[in-house]
Design a protein around this ligand. Structure first.
Ligand SMILES: N[C@@H](CCC(=O)N[C@@H](CS)C(=O)NCC(=O)O)C(=O)O
Length: 317
């Protein structure tokens, strides 16, 4: 498929920094919902999910897809763990079953030939209309949480990760967890000045202290049940010791040695028999290769050597 040259948009080494050296994430572009009577209706095998197992944002959608039992309704395809100068590529993990595309950018340019921001994962693709429904993980998990319930067995339909009575508290916690922790690790890792790095890393650890307090004597962040707030935090914390401590210099403390309450919460979710989605959506090999050995990370780790530790990647309960 002939596509225009978008190389200036796909190379993470050329990401623009703010004048003070800090990293600013671009807004996602495709922001549609799946709803009855809308342009995008819930149907089996109409939608396709593209992910990277290394990417925390994409992993949010993988976890919720499994928690809700959507595996047979929404198939998934994973890119190579090595983000290249041309962006996410196929194969490497899976072949693209829809278009045999070489890159995720090819999927975006099918939906919008003039697309001109970042070619990110996750991507929720609509096979019927041949376009992208949504490329914002926080919205894709809300879609998965509720839009397909009528096609699911009662037990899966009943699982609600964003219940009405907890929404205010979930929204509130999501806001600072996103800014200081989920995105905070990237702000530290992608900072191009000492002061931008230091302010990001200090804010990150202040917010981890705050999470540690909340999790004292509790298994979940909000209420007495699993919510999307846990999913959104989990994907960053599971990557913390294996990737962010080293690759992004988030090394004031580790989770396993410095944060007993967060560490207990993390291991309970990862090893949970009730919610196997957490363990089954975690691929430490993709995570380590993705952050340490991808061409896109060459500026941060020019040798592309992948660290052996921590061993094990996650401790038993
Ligand atoms: N807001 C997006 C962010 C997704 C995102 O930044 N994904 C990264 C991978 S971890 C990506 O695809 N980056 C490729 C690029 O920026 O070129 C979401 O949460 O869905």
């Amino acid at each position: 498929m002939a596509t225009r040259d978008v190389s200036h948009l796909t190379d993470v080494n050329k990401l623009q920094r703010e004048p003070d050296g800090s990293f600013k994430r671009v807004q996602s572009t495709f922001r549609n919902f799946i709803e009855p009577g809308g342009k995008f209706e819930a149907e089996k095998d109409r939608y396709h999910l593209y992910v990277s197992y290394g990417c925390p944002w994409a992993t949010r959608t993988l976890i919720v897809r499994k928690l809700k039992g959507l595996e047979s309704i929404i198939p998934v395809t994973c890119v190579s763990p090595r983000l290249s100068k041309d962006g996410w590529a196929f194969p490497g993990t899976d072949v693209d079953p829809l278009f045999n595309a070489s890159y995720i950018k090819d999927i975006y340019l099918r939906a919008d030939p003039d697309f001109s921001t970042r070619f990110t994962v996750p991507v929720l693709w609509d096979k019927k209309l041949g376009t992208i429904v949504n490329n914002e993980s926080s919205e894709i998990i809300r879609i998965f949480n509720s839009a397909f319930n009528h096609l699911l067995p009662a037990e899966k339909a009943a699982l609600n990760l964003y219940p009405e009575n907890l929404r205010a508290e979930i929204d509130q916690i999501n806001e600072w967890v996103y800014t200081d922790i989920n995105n905070g690790v990237y702000k530290a890792g992608f900072a191009s000045t000492q002061s931008a790095y230091e302010s990001a890393v200090i804010k990150l650890f202040e917010s981890l202290d705050r999470v540690a307090e909340i999790l004292k004597g509790r298994d979940f962040l909000v209420g007495e049940q699993l919510t999307e707030a846990d999913v959104r935090l989990f994907v960053t914390i599971i990557r913390f010791d294996p990737a962010y401590v080293g690759a992004f210099k988030c090394n004031i403390r580790t989770i396993r040695d410095g944060y007993p309450t967060i560490h207990a919460w993390l291991r309970k979710l990862y090893w949970s028999d009730v919610f196997p989605a957490f363990k089954e959506s975690t691929y430490f090999d993709h995570i380590k290769v993705g952050y340490y050995a991808a061409p896109a990370m060459a500026r941060l780790n020019p040798t592309a050597i992948v660290p052996v530790g921590p061993l094990p990647n996650i401790l038993p309960l």
